[in-house]
Write a protein that binds this ligand. Structure first.
Ligand code: BTN
Length: 238
């Protein structure tokens, strides 16, 4: 089960990198936490800003066999949404891996996989801005924290414990083929009916939903097209 083993570090370059380097001697379900990350990273090799007041963790799943593996990013998004709900905080999911409050990013998810012949090793990295009081100028317009949004400080261990509970429930469901969490992704889809620029295609489209494979459905020139998270990057949604 996720969280049966928790390895806490005061400082690491990146919890995802640590798990990638050490997965062969870590147990399935291990959660690695760092009070401070010196070079946390996100999708597309972007830096992950962190100032010690936040939750930065990676979860290791070994021998993971499911044809639904590509849904893990969305499943994790739902676990974060449910965790925040518990603290009376409403957030939205910006497909495929960002969590937003008031249109600003409060959390990011980075799922990395190492594929073996029959199964996969999965590393789920989660960064949640909890008690950060201010962001550097270049992030101010885009990033937020729970503290900035609610004017309250939160206990990071309590948030982690809820998050682990929700991850366990959802992963168990996924392994049984129950994909009902996708409904929450749809209900909390920050992009719904928004116009997005699809960088990779250099086209604009209108987001119409999320399908049963977790693909984003985008209307482009009156046709609905579907995309996996690694197939497109989006810019300027409005
Ligand atoms: C993104 O926004 O593209 C994803 C950001 C993921 C950041 C988390 S923080 C914990 C884990 N360790 C990392 O280096 N990255 C992830």
């Amino acid at each position: 089960m996720i969280g049966d083993y928790i390895v806490n570090f005061k400082e690491l370059d990146s919890t995802n990198r640590y798990v990638k380097d050490n997965y062969s001697h870590l147990k399935c379900g291990t959660v690695v936490t760092a009070k401070k990350q010196t070079s946390g990273y996100g999708r597309l090799d972007r830096n992950w800003y962190d100032d010690t007041n936040n939750l930065t963790i990676s979860i290791l799943l070994t021998n993971f066999k499911t044809r639904h593996m590509h849904l893990l990013s969305q499943l994790t998004g739902v676990a974060i949404i449910e965790t925040l709900n518990h603290f009376d905080i409403n957030a939205m999911i910006k497909w495929p891996n960002d969590i937003l409050i008031n249109n600003k990013k409060v959390s990011g998810i980075l799922v990395e996989t190492i594929l073996n012949e029959e199964s996969a090793t999965v590393i789920i990295g989660i960064g949640l801005n909890v008690n950060t009081k201010s962001f550097p100028d270049e992030l101010k317009q885009k990033a937020t924290s729970l503290k900035l949004e609610t004017n309250k400080e939160y206990n990071i261990d309590q948030l982690l414990s809820r998050l682990i509970d929700h991850m366990n429930i959802l992963v168990k469901q996924l392994l049984k083929g129950n994909l009902s969490f996708l409904q929450i992704c749809r209900n909390r889809n920050a992009l719904l009916n928004k116009t997005v620029h699809l960088d990779t295609l250099n086209k604009e489209g209108i987001v119409r939903g999320i399908d049963e494979n977790g693909r984003l459905l985008v209307e482009i020139e009156h046709k609905i097209m579907s995309f996996y998270g690694n197939e497109i990057t989006l810019a300027n949604f409005y």
